[in-house]
Design a protein around this ligand. Sequence first.
Ligand code: HEM
Length: 186
Amino acid sequence: MSLMIWKLSTDSEIYKKVLDEQMDILRKREEGAEDRLTWAEIQKMKYTWRVAQELMRIIPPVFGSFRKALKDTEYGGYDIPKGWQVYCVSHGTHMNKEIFEKPTEFDPSRFENPSKPIPPYAYIPFGGGLHTCVGNEFARVEVLTTIHNLVTMFEWSQVFPDEIITRQPMPYPSMGLPIKIRPRKL
Ligand code: HEM
């Protein structure tokens, strides 16, 4: 969520597209319908979620996870003895140009029409396999709901426009991301 707030205040092009998508949802809300966000509306937030996906590709909130070898294993030319722990780092695949073309470029459209399909276990902000994050759908709904309310009701700017993201070890805005916020003029 912090990364989204940070990205939307530093990248006007991405911000405009997210705002358009969210305002469109408000405009299309039928007269007399519930004035609160609905499940169907959350499903329409395709672009906003692609921005979150791309952020988690470049700046994974959790930078990897451990797995223990249950038996002697050979992988990629390495012998991994039974009982050893292996740390799988998301950057290993997230920034691999064989998997993600121009990996350092921020491009949410790569999750819409990838030039080649993303192989299983290559995009792993939520891990993968039996212990994959159980909260990933909840996280999606939480982020989309927050961003919807934030961009449709408020405008904001950073107190420190050049603030960078640092790791400790999770990614954090280095100055704590103070923002100046005001109601959006409709
Ligand atoms: C953007 C938000 C989140 C990210 C990036 C994230 C990421 C991760 C990652 C990388 C793992 C390790 C997966 C693996 O070892 O393969 C994990 C596990 C887990 N996550 Fe999340 N998570 C997020 C939000 C949440 C939320 C909101 C909840 C709960 C409501 C949650 C609950 C869990 C639990 C219980 C596990 C352990 C699953 C297991 O070991 O079987 N996570 N998460």
